[in-house]
Each structure stands twice: as structure tokens, then as C-alpha cells.
Design a protein around this ligand. Sequence first.
Ligand SMILES: Nc1ncnc2c1ncn2[C@@H]1O[C@H](COP(=O)(O)OP(=O)(O)OP(=O)(O)O)[C@@H](O)[C@H]1O
Ligand SMILES: [Mg+2]
Length: 260
Amino acid sequence: MFVVTIISGGPPDEQSSERNEDKVTEPIVVAKGLTKVYGEGDTAIAALNSVSFTINAGEFVVLLGPSGSGKTTLLNQIGALEPSTSGSLTVNGMEIAGMSDKERTEYRRSTVGFVFQFYNLIPTLTARENVALIAEITGDDPEARSDIVLNSVGLSDMRGHFPGEMSGGQQQRVAIARGIVKNPPLLLCDEPTGALDLETGRTILDLLQSTAEGENRTVFLVTHNSTIADMADRVIRLRDGRIVGDDVNGNPTPASELRW
Ligand SMILES: Nc1ncnc2c1ncn2[C@@H]1O[C@H](COP(=O)(O)OP(=O)(O)OP(=O)(O)O)[C@@H](O)[C@H]1O
Ligand SMILES: [Mg+2]
């Protein structure tokens, strides 16, 4: 596990935002020359082309980039869902490529939460059962914990419904509830507000922002929406599989004040 030391009144870490100025952060994700090539020969596509960056524990990071720039590919790498082609990627000091199958499974269970771009809900399970399935992995009372999280995304009334009976935005909120119910130190979100109206989107972003602050959770959020970048501690920009920007935001906007 990563360690975060709070030194009250101590010097600000040079990469910390104003909000976190009394917090000394540790790197949680470190990529060096990370490359992912899909296919072979003439049809090979370098979805990630020698990408290097560092994310500190507790940061709210927004990953921006046009369609096809490699955003989902990068999330899948950090989530240990696909093998890399070359380069290095460590999370909490552990090299993902060097993990045994057992270690990788344990890493996905205990360290990362996923909110997938296309929800990936199980159609034959209700909203509550979809969330409880993930809650079961990490402890007791999965139904009760699922209900609390479904309530926090505004879906108490829908918990007995199946995904096919829900709107896209409601399904997306179930996917978000599933991502946060096991309280992961690292939450990976792929376009979590893509199907939501402004008000619901802001509520969800506010929830993600406050859990990042309050519980020192690291949030890595992919979006096309450059307005959302204003709430980030760090903004990474991808284009054609390469990083074209990596900026620290010293004064993040509260999610509730975003307009788009
Ligand atoms: N499983 C795969 N097999 C082959 N090519 C893939 C695969 N997954 C992604 N790619 C290719 O890799 C590139 C990056 O895709 P990726 O899904 O990471 O983009 P993205 O930035 O998430 O786009 P979007 O915003 O549309 O979701 C694209 O050219 C895509 O066609
Ligand atoms: Mg994508």
C-alpha cells in the first residue's frame, strides 16, 4: 500500500496544489516509456507510444484527448486488464508486468475500481445486485453497502430495476456506484458523465471530487469535455498515443461550479 504523510505546517511539495499544500504526496502510478501496440505488421497500431508520467496519491487527474488518442487503452493498462508491449508501469511501487496472475488478480480486487466507458453492467442482475457483486469482494453486508452507494448517486428508487429498464444516464450511475462501493484507493473512470445531463453530471463529479479529497483516493478520469479539466489537480493530454500536455492545476474549481 502507498503511504501518505501529513506534515502540518511543513513545506508544500513542489507539485502539490494550494488545496493540498500541507500534504506530502507519494507517487502511486509511474509510467516510463509505456507502449501498447495492437495488431502486427502493416496493420499494427501504437495506441500508446512511449508514454511517461507520474500520478501522486490523492490526486484528481483528468485525462483529455480526442477519440482514438489512447485514453481507454491507458486506463486498461493501469487497471492491469491488458498486457503492455514495452516500457514500465508501476502502481504502489509494483511493476504490473512483473506481477504473477495471483498478484494481478489481487491488485484488481483491492487497489483499483473501474467505471467503464460502456457501463459493462450484467443485464440479468438488478442495479443493487450489480453493485453488491462488487461489494461482496471486499467485505460484509454487501447489500447494505450497495444501498448506501446507490443512494449517493441518486438511484435509491431504481435499485430493483434491471439495466434494460434504465436510461443510459441511470445505467451510468449504477456503473459509478459499482466503481466506488469497494472504496478503492485508485478509481479509474472512463467518460463517467458522458450520458448525464449537466446537473446530474455535476453531482457525480462532486461526489468523485469529495471522495478524492476526503479519503485520499486517487481518481483518474477520462473525458472529452475540457471544462471538467478545471476541477482536476492534474491534467494530462493525449494525442495519437503520445502525451502532449501534463499540467498541475494549483486552484481546482469545485465540481458544483462547473458549467458546460
Ligand atoms: N482491442 C483493440 N484491438 C485493436 N485496436 C485497438 C483495440 N483497442 C483500441 N484499439 C485502437 O487503439 C487506438 C486507441 O483506442 P482507445 O480506445 O484507447 O481510444 P480512446 O482515446 O479511448 O477513444 P474514445 O474517446 O473514442 O473512447 C485506436 O486507434 C483504436 O482503434
Ligand atoms: Mg475510450
